[in-house]
Design a protein around this ligand. Structure first.
Ligand code: SLL
Length: 267
């Protein structure tokens, strides 16, 4: 069948984000809840990476349903029916709860794609970000950041934890390629149009301060360049460290040789 023909050598990708937002429940909400021990309301989602203009939603400008058939969120076993299948957009689950845990996110593609489902993992983040840096010569692991009181956490506003990713299709079927090219993704803005902060990520601790100024974060294409620069800088540092340790090793080997000679029985 002609539409079962793979287009060899072609790769095409679609940018997505996955992650969660969380807010502290107000005392009134807690009182009326069936679960008095629940402290937060959260939403875990898979969305297109670009945010709609003037929107309070992170990502989601494009509807992913043309290539995504189902997103399965596997919640912690403390939840009733922990496996949640979402078959139409928005591909998200909202719940209340008290604890952070790992969510398994399985994305199934439309049948005509012929693609296998992919599995992603997201650590549900409820508590505000804080970064504790290990000191360069520290011998102990830094202490776990303290969880602020609900009142203080509420003052900090919603918590956002989002990961940018690209779903790559290699050698796609001809009809699937046509489907994808008929739905080009809305490009990311170069820099944030409405001065939104970039989403905080542990790989970029410097972004913490900006993300705490509040506002809904937004992914931009400048982030990609900045990440490439950070990787380049980190690579440079590692090469320097490698050279430093190599010369230390050479010195030590020389010393070992010298000491071994001293120990060797005289002829
Ligand atoms: C923890 N390992 O101990 C984690 C588990 C589970 C969170 C967190 C809801 C439970 C319910 C809920 O928040 N589960 O339905 O009441 O922190």
């Amino acid at each position: 069948m002609a539409d079962r023909v793979r287009v060899r050598g072609v790769t095409i990708h679609r940018p997505i984000i996955y992650g969660n937002t969380a807010t502290v429940l107000t005392p009134a909400e807690r009182e009326t809840s069936h679960y008095p021990d629940h402290t937060h309301r959260w939403t875990v989602a898979v969305r297109s990476a670009t945010s709609a203009p003037d929107s309070d939603v992170v990502g989601g400008a494009d509807d992913l349903a043309y290539f995504v058939k189902r997103v399965t969120f596997k919640l912690h076993d403390t939840y009733p029916n922990p496996t949640r299948n979402i078959d139409k957009p928005p591909f998200e689950v909202s719940e209340t709860g008290w604890g952070e845990f790992e969510i398994q996110i399985r994305i199934t593609f439309v049948a005509e794609s012929g693609e296998k489902a992919i599995t992603l993992y997201h650590h549900l983040k409820l508590h505000p970000w804080s970064v504790t840096f290990p000191l360069p010569n520290a011998t102990s692991v830094p202490a776990e950041p303290e969880i602020p009181s609900p009142e203080n956490a509420a003052k900090l506003g919603p918590v956002h934890s989002w990961q940018y990713d690209e779903i790559v299709f290699a050698d796609p079927f001809q009809n699937f390629l046509a489907l994808l090219t008929a739905h080009p993704p809305t490009p990311l803005p170069k820099t944030s149009l409405s001065k939104k902060p970039i989403p905080f990520h542990m790989s970029n601790p410097a972004s913490l301060e900006a993300s705490l100024k509040g506002g809904v974060p937004e992914f931009t294409s400048a982030m990609e360049k900045e990440e490439a620069d950070r990787l380049e800088e980190a690579k440079g540092k590692i090469i320097k460290e490698q050279e430093r340790w190599r010369s230390i090793l050479i010195e030590k080997e020389k010393e070992l040789e010298r000491l071994q000679k001293l120990l060797a029985p005289k002829e």
